[in-house]
Structures are given as structure tokens and as C-alpha cells.
Design a protein around this ligand. Sequence first.
Ligand code: AHZ
Length: 330
Amino acid sequence: MSPPAALVESVDTPITTLKGKVLATETSAVAGNAPETKLLDAFANKWDDFKFAPIRESQVSRAMTRRYFQDLDKYAESDIVIIGAGSCGLSTAYVLAKARPDLKIAIIEAAVSPGGGAWLGGQLFSAMVLRKPADAFLNDLGVPYEEEPGNPNFVVVRHAAMFTSTLLSKVVSFPNVKLFNATAVEDLITRPSQSGPPTIAGVVVNWTLVAQHHDDHSCMDPNTINAPLVISTTGHDGPFGAFSAKRLVSMAAIDKLGGMRGLDMNRAEDSIVKGTREVTKGLIMGGMELSEIDGSNRMGPTFGAMTLSGVKAAEEALKIIDQRKRECAE
Ligand code: AHZ
């Protein structure tokens, strides 16, 4: 099933010319219902007369900032926050948003460009390998792939960018998903539980550029997003990776990291998919971040487990989200 086509919320702000004449409302213009729908053929051999429609610079500022601040307001209370827009986080968002269009899903991605390590295969080569049965995810998404001659066990997407751009474009097109990129999760919001470790109740965020400068600039306080369920897919340990896994240790919610083990494709992929779960109340973990908690192997450049860990993370979330929302409301 494809995401719904009508993507624009109703903002009936008039778009005016410099002289103040109302041309259209933003709703009609952005949704593609503008009075005249131009096709590229209309430009052919007419470049001498070509001219863009006039604009005032502040209109650009307002068009961007109004939407962003509306989103900040709307998603300050989210149903689910996904940390990290790599192959696992995006796969999770795709399945979740499709299954439950009523859930408000915020994705927080530290990098400017979402996609994590999924723009290339291994060692910067273009092709992306997915072991079967992860071809089912590609079929659902509509990404073309090739069978490997003489080997029925895996499929190959000709360029990893085909996978990631398709997945990303579908995810950001869902009306119930907002991707906040260039934004880092700096901490987790917690609530005491009756026994055991605290319950996770949201995330603490900041612009990534700010998060990277806490050592040389003082007092740059963060912002917050409340959510009854957080899904962490921040990848294995690195400058930003394994964020929630490491934070769970430092807040004594778990004793220690298992530590990602050496590369073993066969063991790694099964164990990441099967192990995708709620690791502490309110926090589901998936993808390579999980290897740091469970001490499982890495798989290197095969991406089937990232997609199916995303499918399992979404399934785990769907089992508990309504209960967590009720608990949160009480
Ligand atoms: O920028 C990170 C990346 O896009 C983002 N991220 C990490 N920490 C964050 C934070 N706040 C916001 N604190 C954060 N965003 O999370 C994304 C993780 O993507 P990834 O591609 O690194 O992880 P993945 O688990 O989705 O995919 C792993 C792919 C790998 S690694 C590997 C190996 O090393 O063997 N093999 C595979 C298939």
C-alpha cells in the first residue's frame, strides 16, 4: 500500500504578489490544485520570455519557519519517537506509519542527511546485498533488485541509494511522520517506576551543531519531546552511535554493554532481528545498536537484518503502544 497522496495540512495563508494581490492560498498551491498546472513541455523554445513568479524574501522565511514551528508544537507530544534515520530506523518508521496512520511519529536524526550507512554497500561500493527472506521488504517497498546468478540465497539492489532514497521518500511522505534532521538526541526523559529501572518517557534534543559544542560553549540547554514509546536505532558505537545503549548504562538501567562482537554474517543477522525488543520499559531497540547491548556479532555489508529488525521493532511497538499511551495518560 502506498502512503496517502494528500499530504498538506490546511494552512489557508494567502500567497500575495509584491503589490499585495492575492494569487492563491498555500493549501491550493502546495497541494497541486493551483489554478494552472504547468508541464515542462510549456517551456520548450520559449526561454527568451522565461521569468519566475515574483517573491519577497521574507515569504520564503515564513513559509519555512511557520511549518517548522507548527511541527515542533505538534510533535512536542508524540506517540512514538524513533532515534536515528538509518536503514533500521527508516524501516521501522515505514512499517509503523503504514500500519497506524493515527500515530504521531517523530524521527530524530543527528545528521543533515538521513540514511545512516545505507547510501552504499560495503567499502563504499554501490551495490547493496540483502539476504533472503528480506527480499519481502523490497517487494513491499517497490525497490527493484537482481537475483545473484547461481545463488538463490540473496538479492542485490544495483545501487544502495535506490533502496535508501525510496524508503526515505515514502517515510517522509506519510502525513503522520515528521523527520527532524540535523537534530541530536542528547538524553532520555525518564519517570521513576515502582520497581526496577526508570521508564523512558521521551527524548531530550538539541541542534546537532549545538550538541557537538557543549565542551567549548556553556549553558546551551536542550529541548524536549514527550512520548510513551521511544525506538532507538542509532547504530553501533561511534561518535553518535549506540546512544541509548550507553545512556542506559550510565543511568544504571542496565549493568553494562555486551559490546559488539566480530563479523559473522550468519550469526549476526538472525540474532539482531530476533533480539529486537523493548529493552527497558518505554524503549525498544533495533538495528546495530542492539549488538552493543546483547554482545552480538556485526554482519558488515548485508542489510536484510536492518530492514527486518525494523519490521520487528514496529511489530513490538504496535503490541504495546496503546497500553503505554493509556499508562501515560493516567
Ligand atoms: O546519524 C546516525 C545514523 O543516521 C543516527 N544517530 C546516532 N546517534 C544519534 C543521536 N540522535 C539522533 N543521538 C542519531 N540520531 O542514527 C543513524 C544510525 O544509522 P546506522 O546506519 O548507523 O545504523 P543502523 O542500525 O540503521 O544500520 C547499521 C548498518 C550496518 S553497520 C554494520 C557493521 O558495522 O557491521 N553492518 C550494517 C548492515
